[in-house]
Design a protein around this ligand. Structure first.
Ligand code: CA
Length: 122
């Protein structure tokens, strides 16, 4: 019984640590990207990088970000991390991550993308 309880405490503590780590990344993201108020990006929260709210699974943008953080040997979301993945199109919707972040759309979800009229006029 005691072992089960200790195991449960460890699992809860680990989940809290993961949630805190993600919150730190999310705060860093908001500071760096400054998503426009009311945009899909501002409202998305965890879903910017995760497949679903409250789930550990990363979407394609989250995976690229995690790879970039690993390559740069950091556990924090920094500008060099964002710069490293700026030119990628993580969700393959023909808009780069940088374009999506500027437009306030979700770079990890192909159904969320900048409106075509936001492209520069010729
Ligand atoms: Ca995209």
């Amino acid at each position: 019984m005691r072992i089960v309880r200790t195991g449960a405490v460890i699992i809860v503590a680990m989940a809290a640590a993961v949630a805190l780590g993600n919150a730190k990344i999310q705060i860093g993201f908001t500071k760096l990207v400054k998503p426009a108020e009311g945009s899909a990006l501002a409202k998305a929260g965890c879903v910017v990088c995760h497949a679903k709210m409250g789930k550990a699974d990363l979407n394609p943008f989250g995976k690229h970000m995690a790879d970039a953080m690993k390559a740069l040997k950091t556990k924090e979301l920094t500008k060099p991390v964002l710069d490293k993945i700026a030119k990628l199109d993580s969700d393959k919707d023909k808009a780069t991550n940088e374009q999506e972040l500027k437009a306030g759309t979700l770079p990890g979800h192909p159904k969320s993308k900048p409106a075509p009229e936001s492209a520069p006029a010729k």
